[in-house]
Design a protein around this ligand. Structure first.
Ligand code: HEC
Length: 241
């Protein structure tokens, strides 16, 4: 019985990743890296917030968490709000979005939890040209996505060169060929997408940062408690042993 449960537990993670289908690249982000989070926030506000909201995120909370002053947030990150206590919502109305993109534009507050960091990181790096799509682009991770490649300025454009292989083996890694350069090199773009992913992970669970810090204190407390309790236990029991 134990063995069966163990076997099931071991197989579960592979099943979960197999269910997603598309090949995912691993993202190596660091929620302690404030610079990375700040860069991600900047990218998010400049390139994503025009269509997507992060309605559960307040500007002032974010400022505190990722190490920015209120003034910095106001001058660098707030184009869509007046007060720093406001949440990151957008001007785009749901109905307009439907007309423009044929679908609703999802709120990204908890997208990192829904899709996973690796999925986001891969998704943001797999846009490619596709003449059959309304905006001339498709995505190898989210096929026929309604979102244009809004970061083409930074990444440049690329085309998918192993579409046939992907059709046969959906789990295979997509391969691309650059057809135009962007402002960033491939490495810079990967790093930028890592930062953006890190920011979205943070947005999905802002309390995570606090929890990390709290965790360290809890361990510290337990160590001190042990140092006091152990000699005490020895003292109490010494006559009985
Ligand atoms: C021009 C408007 C627009 C901009 C700007 C934009 N998106 Fe999107 N995005 C969309 C639309 C529309 C969809 C819905 C696509 C669908 O369901 O087919 C979408 C879908 C997504 C999804 C998939 C959500 C899901 O259902 O799993 C993610 C993730 C995403 N966008 C992230 C981003 C990020 C990150 C940025 C900034 C770099 C960004 N988007 C900028 C329009 C936009």
């Amino acid at each position: 019985m134990k063995k069966t449960i163990l076997a099931i537990l071991m197989v579960l993670p592979t099943l979960a990743s197999a269910a997603g289908g598309a090949h995912l690249d691993k993202v190596d982000y660091d929620l302690h890296n404030k610079e990375s989070l700040q860069h991600g926030a900047k990218l998010f506000v400049n390139y994503c917030l025009s269509c997507h909201s992060a309605a559960y995120q307040r500007y002032n909370r974010m400022a505190e968490d990722i190490g920015l002053t209120e003034a910095q947030v106001k001058s660098n990150l707030m184009f869509a709000a007046e007060k720093t206590g406001e949440t990151m919502t957008v001007a785009l109305q749901t109905e307009d979005a439907k007309t423009m993109f044929g679908t609703k534009v999802p709120d990204l507050s908890v997208i990192a939890r829904a899709r996973g960091a690796d999925w986001l990181y891969t998704y943001l790096r797999t846009f490619h040209t596709d003449e059959s799509r309304p905006f001339g682009v498709n995505n190898a991770t989210f096929k026929d996505v309604g979102m244009p490649h809004v970061l083409w300025e930074l990444e440049g454009m690329k085309k998918l060169i192993n579409a046939d292989e992907l059709q046969k083996h959906p789990g295979a890694a997509p391969k691309f060929e650059k057809i135009s350069d962007g402002k960033m090199s491939a490495v810079e773009y990967d790093n930028a997408m890592r930062d953006l992913t890190a920011f979205l992970v943070y947005v999905g669970e802002p309390a995570k940062l606090v929890r990390y810090e709290l965790g360290v204190w809890v361990i510290f407390f337990l160590v001190i408690l042990f140092l006091v309790a152990y000699p005490m236990k020895k003292e109490f029991w010494k006559d009985i042993h």
